[in-house]
Design a protein around this ligand. Structure first.
Ligand SMILES: Cc1cc2nc3c(=O)[nH]c(=O)nc-3n(C[C@H](O)[C@H](O)[C@H](O)COP(=O)(O)OP(=O)(O)OC[C@H]3O[C@@H](n4cnc5c(N)ncnc54)[C@H](O)[C@@H]3O)c2cc1C
Ligand code: SF4
Length: 487
């Protein structure tokens, strides 16, 4: 434990942000990490409470009290090793994880929780800065070949673990760059893409081969991004590799089947966000969807919607409004009822702070326009009674809309990919596989495993990393009979 009385002496200190007017000028990250002194004080607040609920609240089970103590003592080298022992990519989670660990912090029952995520961010930044993050190639090769389909956090975590276990790993990605939603989806201002590039270099030095612009499958739907230039059939992959990990994410977007949906100017969020990632990477994007000078309506109150808000404001939108179907959650949770679980409460993202009208319990009825182009959105207010949505009488209203972004989440993975592998699906259309016991992460298809959003449905980066790591162990056991990879 750091400082015995630390939790009584010191307050929580959040990472600060550059002011909105500055950060809206570009797509760069704007979080100002803690200084060494601030991180030390934050680490000192950890009570080492005996039963570290934070460690359980964190999906990768980061050993938080240990590295809090090490940071308090200024021992960043050991803190990094402890952090890496459970998390392959803390620079991703230290930036964009919503930090369920902090909702589970014992100090959080009576005070503000320890700033766990900011300490994680600090440790890994120190690690890269000091050159401590280096390739860890295996001491010997097993002669086994593993294909990983999809290069999001689940695929990357699985690939890194399997390569370190001595297997020859090839990652196939249909996009032109590695990273999944970390690369194309999550805006650069939340996470700059150089963080992925240096991990890719590390993984290549550990023996991982990346093949981009390659689709594994047969048919592919038009409503999901596919920039592949080459297609490999699943049966060929299964022939050439000893095991296959499906980590293709949950890419089928939820649509809005209302009159006017076909109008120009109505787009899925994932048509909009990746374009800006590409432009930031220096690519030319033909007919980029631009929000400049437009009245933008974002339908969907989650992370994806918030990212559309931040990107629209950086384009210079005339106005940005975000609608959510569910009622507005309470500003504060009742800790005695919900701790140590992730509470439902009002969350205001940095993008919201940059300028956005938010409205809740609103349902879109139709979209109207002229000359085939959307001009307004007609909506009504709704109430939820016995779990059913009911329209509030005479509540219809209209809103000017030159651009409408559909950010209502993802229904499931692309079914044709799972069908092409003859993988059984669960009731929600995800790849069916359990996460514990014999045969965990194994699908119904011979030597085919599944992890991340493709198995659990749309989720979080930290869950994808967990599943990638655990799936790697299951594959290693399948190939070798036993595994020394962590569970
Ligand atoms: C806009 C947006 C913002 C988000 N923000 C956050 C956030 O701030 N914090 C957070 O924790 N989570 C966030 N999420 C969720 C998070 O990004 C996902 O849960 C996570 O990326 C899932 O990881 P994954 O590896 O399972 O899949 P993905 O990241 O979706 O990666 C799957 C990859 O597989 C590729 N692929 C699919 N099928 C094939 C195929 N047949 N052949 C070849 N390649 C294929 C895809 O092109 C893709 O690159 C966000 C999601 C979105 C959409
Ligand atoms: S990965 Fe997320 S939940 Fe885990 S310690 Fe980091 S911020 Fe907390």
């Amino acid at each position: 434990m750091g400082k015995i009385t630390g939790f009584m002496e010191f307050q929580r200190q959040e990472e600060s942000y550059l002011p909105p007017a500055t950060r809206l000028k570009n797509y760069a990250e704007f979080v100002i990490p803690l200084t060494n002194e601030q991180a030390k004080v934050q680490g000192a607040r950890c009570m080492d409470c005996g039963i570290p609920f934070c460690n359980n609240g964190c999906p990768v089970n980061n050993i938080i009290p240990d590295w809090n103590d090490l940071v308090y003592r200024g021992n960043y080298r050991e803190a990094l090793d402890t952090l890496h022992s459970t998390n392959n990519f803390p620079e991703f989670t230290g930036r964009i994880c919503p930090a369920p660990c902090e909702s589970a912090c014992t100090l959080g029952i009576s005070e503000d929780p320890v700033g766990i995520k900011s300490i994680e961010h600090k440790i890994i930044d120190e690690g890269w800065e000091h050159g401590w993050v280096v390739p860890q190639p295996p001491s010997k090769q097993t002669g086994k070949k593993v294909a990983v389909v999809g290069s999001g956090p689940a695929g990357l975590a699985a690939a890194q673990q399997l390569a370190r276990a001595g297997h020859a790993v090839t990652v196939f990605e249909k996009a032109d760059r590695v990273g999944g939603l970390l690369r194309y989806g999550i805006p650069d201002f939340k996470m700059e893409k150089s963080h992925i590039d240096r991990r890719v270099k590390q993984m290549e030095a550990e023996g991982v081969t990346f093949r981009t612009s390659v689709l594994i499958g047969k048919d592919f739907p038009a409503n999901v991004n596919n920039w592949a230039k080459e297609t490999i059939f699943p049966e060929d992959l299964q022939k050439d590799f000893d095991a296959v990990v499906l980590a293709g994410g949950s890419e089928s977007p939820r649509d809005l089947p209302v009159p006017g949906r076909e109008l120009k100017g109505v787009h899925f969020a994932m048509d909009f966000l990746p374009q800006q990632n590409k432009v930031n990477a220096g690519d030319k994007v033909k007919d980029q969807i631009k929000a400049t000078g437009k009245h933008v309506v974002v339908i969907g109150g989650g992370d994806t919607g918030s990212d559309c808000v931040g990107t629209s404001n950086r384009h210079g939108a005339a106005s940005v409004t975000q609608f959510e179907l569910m009622p507005m959650p309470p500003e504060q949770e009742n800790k005695s009822l919900v701790w140590p679980y992730w509470p439902t409460k009002l969350r205001t993202s940095s993008s919201h702070e940059e300028g956005c009208e938010r409205d809740w319990a609103v349902a879109t009825k139709r979209l109207e326009g002229k000359g085939g182009k959307v001009e307004k959105l007609i909506a009504c207010r709704v109430e939820w009674k016995d779990g059913k949505m009911v329209e509030v009488p005479n509540s219809e209203f209209e809103m000017k809309a030159d651009l409408v972004f559909l950010a209502m989440g993802f229904v499931s993975p692309v079914a044709t990919i799972l069908d092409a592998f003859a993988v059984d699906k669960d009731a929600r259309g995800n790849a069916k596989a359990t996460t514990d016991g014999d045969g965990c992460y194994k699908t119904s298809a011979a030597k085919v495993f599944a992890a991340g959003d493709m198995r659990r449905g749309q989720s979080l980066v930290v869950w994808a990393i967990r599943e990638g790591r655990q799936c790697a162990r299951a594959v290693d056991e399948f190939l070798m009979g036993s595994s020394e990879l962590p569970r």
